[in-house]
Each structure stands twice: as structure tokens, then as C-alpha cells.
Design a protein around this ligand. Structure first.
Ligand code: GAL
Length: 406
């Protein structure tokens, strides 16, 4: 099975163009998709986006068991930075971060066995009008390293939409981070699929579509992900945006079923798993969703192949689909998804299984029911799926193969 990534023919030329001066992205991070928490949909720019809330979130990531399941990054999003000092050094908003830096928070987060992420923008200002990184890449990278930052998301508001300019600007921050000698996971946020062929030369993940915001946005990003699978692999991932669930204020963005469907799809698509709902006020069902070890195992599979559609059409149009991801042990993860408004039977038959090179009989396990299913003797599986997010998550393999599931 080929593990090498195929890049667009233009990629080597573009790489040469944007590579001066470059050290390449050699931070050794994100060999599997990153996991953690991101403050954006949960806290946005509210007063609650402050050091004391974030410390409580760090505590809760540990107490809830999420940290031990692999959710290691606690990532701040927009609205933490306030200004620059006379010498250009970034200052954190003192009303939220009393020290004026993120160092005390980084120390606390590290003492909990977690890692701290922060956020910037390649323009002069972030989307929320806070200081951006333009012309300050080296100084900011040094500041982040001195504070103990482990992850940087760089947004694209107030910046050029020209592809080469974007690659150059992301290349500047990549090189500045490399030059610090501190391994900092670098997450590009340019909202476009044209980043994918260049992504792995610039960062550890790159946003391929708009903010997901709600269920329809989740579906839209799934459709954009499909077809980009050759660009993803250990060290660099297509990023379809954040995981959505209830906010700390209690506001629900999606149903519990949709939160679970999104989590299933993000696992099969090898997407970063960044919870952007409440950790402090998480429902038992959402916690169970994000804690499913077998689904996490699919996400973190060492082969690092992104899954693709094997049946159906655009999910944003409301259809039945099957997505499949090959796994390191020779088995496949399969998600059956109904994005339509009516209950639906979705069948993966001979052709659907055949495109994966699978032949009957197949052994199958249901990852949400957490049980072995009867073997599939005739290469067909039908899932009866409720509307608007109904799904089944199977792992299948030739039944003759001797292997354990987890
Ligand atoms: C958007 C970005 C979101 C969030 C927001 C903050 O551009 O896509 O994920 O970071 O900015 O202002």
C-alpha cells in the first residue's frame, strides 16, 4: 500500500519559489492528527476567554480523562493579544491575562501535562482586530518560544489572497518558528483548498475551507475534504475546521447526533480533533462521543491515510454516503452517513467494498455499539440511518485475517 504523498506537478516549482530562505518544516510533530481543545466557538471574544477560565479548562481536560485519551493541546484562539510594546514585543490583554504574557498560563498548562497553543494572523491585524504577525514574525516566534508555546494557529484575515504571497508569508513564520529550536506545531488557517498541495511544506495542518459554524458548514467542509486525501499524511493534515458541541454558555450549535457524526467523519478523514465546545459544561453524551477509544484509534492510525468517499454524492446536498479509510493493520474504517432530511437505507455492496479491494467474507465491528457484528458473507452491509446526521461507524477486515480490533 503506497504511503507516499502525491503532490500536484506544480508543487516542486512552487516549493523552490517559496523556499528562500527555508529550513523546511522539520519539527517532527503531528505524525498523527493533533488532538486538543480550541477556545474559538466555546468562548469567542467574550470576557470568559481569560486565564482563569483557561486554567479551569486545563484542570477539566485532566479530570475528565480527555488528556489521557490524547487531547493534549489547550489552544487559545483570537482575542488574547492586546498591543505591542515600544520594542515590538506582543502584549497579552492584561484584563484577561494579568501578567501581560502567556507564560504563567503555559507554566500551569505544562504542570498539568498538557501543551499550550496560541493564535495569530499573517496580516497586520487578526479577524477580531488584535495585533497580527505581519513584519514581526521573527520577534513573535521568539516571544512564543520564550513563553513556552507549543502550537501556533496563523489566520489569514486582513492579508493578501494571492497564493504565492500567502505561501511566502506562511513560509516566514515557519522559518521563524524553526529558528527558535522549539518544536511548535504550525497550523495554517487560510480557508482554501489550494493550500493542500503546498501544505506539508509549510505547516503541520492547513484549513481547506470556511469556518464550519454549524451542521451545514460541517457538511460543506466534508465535501471539500473529499479529493484532497493524497496531500495528507504523517506530519501534515488537511484541516476541515473545529469540532462543534455545546458552548460553555449552554448554547447548542448542533444536536448530539450531529456532534457524534462530525466526530466520526473527522476520524475517518484524518482531521485534527480540536474540541471547540465547552469542556467545563460538557454533556455526558458529548463526553462519551469524544471519549470513544476505538474512534480515536482510527483517527490516530499510524498509516496516516485520509479516508475518501466510496459511495454517494455531495453530503451538503443531503444524501446517503459511505466513506472509507485504510488502516495500518489492513482493516478499513467505514462511516455510513445520512445528511438528508428523511430516514434512509444506505448500502455498501459489492462495488463499494470492491473499490477497497475487499472480498467476502468480512469480519465487522460497530465502533459506536462497541460490538462485533455477524460476518458479512455476501459483501453487503445496509445501515438504516435517521435523518440529519444518522450514521454507523464500522471497522471491517477479511474474516480470515487474524487480528485483534483494539
Ligand atoms: C477565523 C478562523 C476561525 C477563528 C476566527 C477568529 O478566520 O477561521 O477559526 O480563528 O477567525 O477570529
Amino acid at each position: 500500500m503506497a504511503t507516499a504523498r502525491t503532490r500536484a506537478p506544480l508543487a516542486p516549482l512552487l516549493t523552490a519559489l517559496v523556499a528562500l530562505p527555508a529550513f523546511g518544516l522539520d519539527n517532527g510533530l503531528a505524525r498523527v492528527p493533533q488532538m486538543g481543545y480550541n477556545s474559538w466557538y466555546d468562548l469567542e471574544c467574550s470576557d470568559a476567554m481569560n486565564e482563569s477560565t483557561l486554567r479551569r479548562i486545563a484542570d477539566r481536560l485532566v479530570e475528565s480523562g480527555l488528556k489521557d485519551l490524547g487531547y493534549q493541546y489547550l489552544n487559545l484562539d483570537d482575542c488574547w493579544a492586546k498591543s505591542r510594546r515600544g520594542d515590538g514585543t506582543l502584549v497579552a490583554d492584561e484584563a484577561k491575562f494579568p501578567d501581560g504574557t502567556l507564560k504563567p498560563l503555559a507554566d500551569y498548562v505544562h504542570s498539568k501535562g498538557l501543551l499550550l497553543g496560541t493564535y495569530t494572523d499573517r496580516g497586520e491585524q487578526t479577524c477580531a482586530g488584535r495585533p497580527g504577525a505581519a513584519r514581526h514574525e521573527e520577534l513573535d516566534a521568539k516571544t512564543y518560544a520564550a513563553w513556552g508555546i507549543d502550537y501556533l494557529k496563523e489566520d489569514s484575515c486582513n492579508a493578501s489572497g494571492d497564493h504565492l504571497t500567502a505561501f511566502m508569508e506562511y513560509g516566514k513564520m515557519r522559518d521563524a518558528l524553526n529558528a527558535t529550536g522549539r518544536p511548535v506545531l504550525f497550523s495554517l488557517c487560510g480557508w482554501k483548498s489550494w493550500y493542500a498541495p503546498m501544505g506539508s511544506t509549510l505547516g503541520n495542518s492547513w484549513r481547506i475551507g470556511p469556518d464550519d459554524n454549524n451542521w451545514q458548514g460541517v457538511l460543506q467542509n466534508i465535501d471539500i475534504m473529499n479529493g484532497l486525501e493524497t496531500y495528507a499524511g504523517p506530519g501534515g493534515w488537511n484541516d476541515p475546521c473545529l469540532l462543534l458541541s455545546k458552548k460553555t454558555t449552554g448554547e447548542a450549535i448542533m444536536t448530539e447526533l450531529q456532534t457524534r457524526a462530525q466526530f466520526s467523519m473527522w476520524a475517518v478523514l484524518a482531521a485534527p480533533l480540536l474540541i471547540s465546545g465547552s469542556v467545563l459544561n460538557m454533556s455526558a453524551e458529548t463526553l462519551a462521543t469524544y471519549s470513544n477509544k476505538e474512534v480515536i484509534q482510527v483517527s490516530q492510525d499510524p498509516l496516516g491515510r485520509q479516508g475518501r468517499r466510496v459511495l454517494g454524492g455531495p453530503v451538503a446536498e443531503g444524501t446517503g454516503n459511505v466513506f472509507a479509510r485504510p488502516l495500518a493493520d489492513g482493516s478499513f474504517a467505514l462511516v455510513f452517513l445520512n445528511s438528508g432530511k428523511e430516514e434512509l437505507n444506505v448500502t455498501c455492496g459489492k462495488e463499494c467494498f470492491g473499490t477497497l479491494g475487499l472480498s467476502a467474507p468480512l469480519a465487522a465491528r460497530d465502533l459506536w455499539a462497541q460490538q462485533r457484528l455477524p460476518d458479512l458473507q455476501d459483501l453487503s452491509f445496509t445501515a438504516l440511518l435517521p435523518p440529519a446526521g444518522g450514521h454507523r461507524f464500522l471497522r471491517v477486515r477479511k474474516s480470515a485475517d487474524q487480528m485483534t480490533w483494539i
